[in-house]
Design a protein around this ligand. Structure first.
Ligand SMILES: *Cc1c(COP(=O)(O)O)cnc(C)c1O
Length: 351
């Protein structure tokens, strides 16, 4: 294609996990919540539908920011909302990273970060995690062109976390903003929200897709100091969140009781999944997210993924150069996890 910018022509494009539109799968491949969202969400969405969709939505999702501010203990002007947190990542990259600049990311981690750098015509500086899933000091090192760093915490695909003290240390060293992607933080023991006040360079992004069971609604947000938020507003779409998602997300974040109960269920099943996989010989690192990373030291895992898929259990097969491959399995319901473990057990017995 001759008309397109060369960096776009050269890139692959991000490929999300499979979303089968037909047939019934036990879906453990994209870290969705296995349980339905708070019932308040449907009521709120219904109310908007009844009053009609003729008007544009509130451009800054004030109702959500107001409620989230209360839950998080920050001011509403420290929050910017997005069409999922992927939109937040796009907005942030657009604001800080230009052609020829560099964007830093750890590896193995969320593959979209690299795609966002490619869209800008920027270089991605990949820093490998150490074998124990901590980061080398290189991650904070200044380089001339470095304009933004992404750090998922908990990390995907490992589910591991870096402590907030370490993240502050990295941010203070970096010559640029650090976006801490807390997509999975509601399943973790600690978060970095309190660092935003301490350090202008730290941005914390969150999503309602995982812990609130709302991947289909598309709503995420970022918390940062107001002078940063003001710049991000300039580069987002004017109406990047629609009236239905704003209403649904507001209802969801107001139902913290639902979140607390859901979190407890997911964490209990995560323990069962981790233990079950270890009994089958997988080398599972402790996860603080709603998925586990399961390499197997003896058995090739790709055929296991394929066998499971043929039996309508979908997990994610991932292969990171230099790190080897593994299955990333989302924490489903207890029943789903039991079926998955049973099928793995019989597939392994046949190898
Ligand atoms: C799922 C995920 C997101 C984005 O989720 P949205 O559905 O776009 O809100 C962001 N970062 C990581 C690491 C994720 O796994």
């Amino acid at each position: 294609m001759a008309f397109v910018r060369p960096n776009i022509a050269a890139m692959q494009g991000y490929v999300p996990g499979e979303q089968p539109q037909a047939g019934k799968f036990i879906k453990l491949n994209t870290n969705e919540n296995p349980y339905p969202c708070s019932p308040q969400v449907a009521l709120a969405v219904q109310q908007v539908l009844e009053s009609g969709l003729t008007r544009y939505p509130d451009p800054t999702a004030s109702s959500f920011r107001h409620c989230a501010a209360h839950v998080l203990g920050v001011d509403p002007d420290w929050i910017l909302c997005g069409n999922g947190s992927d939109d937040i990542l796009t907005i942030t990259t657009r604001a800080f990273v230009g052609q020829g600049d560099a964007l830093r990311l750890p590896t193995p981690s969320y593959i979209l970060y690299k795609t966002l750098a490619e869209i800008q015509g920027a270089e991605s500086e990949e820093i490998s995690f150490l074998p124990d899933w901590t980061l080398p000091n290189d991650f904070g090192r200044a380089t001339d062109r470095l304009k933004l760093a992404f750090l998922p915490n908990p990390n995907s695909p490992s589910g591991t976390v870096l402590p907030p003290e370490r993240i502050l240390e990295i941010a203070e060293e970096l010559p640029c903003p650090l976006l801490v992607d807390e997509a999975y933080v509601d399943f973790a023991e600690q978060n970095c929200l309190h660092l935003v006040e301490k350090c202008e360079k730290i941005l914390v992004s969150r999503t309602l897709s995982k812990s609130y069971g709302l991947a289909g609604l598309r709503f995420g947000y970022v918390v940062a100091q107001p002078q940063i938020i003001a710049e991000l507003h300039k580069v987002r779409d004017s109406y990047n969140c629609d009236s239905l998602s704003i209403a649904g997300a507001t209802a969801a974040i107001n139902d913290q009781t639902w979140l607390k109960e859901n979190r407890a269920k997911v964490i209990a099943t995560r323990t069962r999944l981790t233990e079950g996989l270890r009994e089958l010989g997988f080398q599972v690192v402790d996860s603080q997210a709603n998925f586990v990373w399961a390499p197997h030291p003896e058995i090739p895992v790709k055929p296991l993924y394929e066998t499971l898929k043929s039996q309508r259990v979908l997990v994610r097969y991932m292969d990171y150069p230099g790190w080897g491959d593994a299955l990333r399995i989302s924490v489903g319901s207890d029943d789903q996890i039991e079926i998955c473990l049973d099928q793995l057990k019989s597939a392994i017995a046949k190898t």
